[in-house]
Design a protein around this ligand. Structure first.
Ligand SMILES: N[C@@H](CCC(=O)N[C@@H](CS)C(=O)NCC(=O)O)C(=O)O
Length: 202
């Protein structure tokens, strides 16, 4: 059985929980107490020297980085409805969208989330937060172009990108950004997907 080193508040870990539920793969959760900085101590640093969750355990094999874990499991199980297309160029486009999800949405989103959730307001960094919100706004406009004609971001069906975005779009109201209607509708659609709902709403 697989093991997943994880913490219940970890957005990146939630991606892998959603994926494992979506694929009905059996696994056990191995709790890493981020709140007690267990991830920065030696035993866990031997598992991931960067001190981050999630980490997948497949026998002796350990693998970090949420999207890489999902890709590994997809390739290992060879499902009849793969999340990564076989066509080279389509796969490249999906990879491009994945990288933009990380750099143009999850990264600036984490900046705002971190301040609002963990830092007292008098210590916020308004310029950094404003720049991050602007970047997310631009990203949403680009997603809006896709979602005005399609229900989902890639191949017009729930897939890899929705799994990666899900734990982050949950907090969209916090981002101080105008959310175009088609994007907001997509967010609600994604949050209603059974595997997403199961993990995010418990
Ligand atoms: N790129 C990594 C990011 C993982 C990450 O940042 N995890 C956070 C929790 S959501 C973490 O473990 N933070 C602990 C720390 O940085 O000390 C991935 O996709 O898995």
């Amino acid at each position: 059985m697989y093991g997943l080193y994880s913490h219940p508040n970890s957005t990146y870990s939630k991606r892998v929980h959603i994926y494992l539920k979506y694929r009905n793969l059996e696994y056990e959760t191995i709790h890493v107490a981020l709140d007690k900085l267990e991830n920065r101590k030696k035993p866990f640093l031997a598992i991931n020297p960067y001190g981050k969750v999630p980490v997948l355990k497949d026998g002796d094999f350990l693998l970090a980085e949420s999207s890489v874990i999902i890709r590994y499991l997809e390739e290992k199980h060879m499902f009849s409805n793969p999340l990564f297309p076989t066509d080279l160029k389509q796969r490249a486009i999906l990879g491009q969208m994945l990288n933009r999800c990380e750099s143009e949405f999850c990264f600036p989103g984490s900046v705002i989330y971190f301040f609002k959730k963990f830092v007292p307001e008098e210590k916020w960094e308004p310029k950094r937060m404003k720049d991050s919100a602007k970047r997310i706004g631009r990203h949403f406009e680009i997603l809006d172009g896709i979602l005005n004609v399609n229900q989902y971001l890639f191949s017009n069906q729930f897939g890899l990108l929705e799994i990666l975005y899900a734990p982050f779009i949950e907090h969209f109201a916090m981002m101080d950004t105008k959310v175009p209607q088609a994007v907001e509708d997509w967010i609600h659609r994604v949050l209603e997907e059974p595997s997403v709902k199961f993990v995010l709403k418990g």
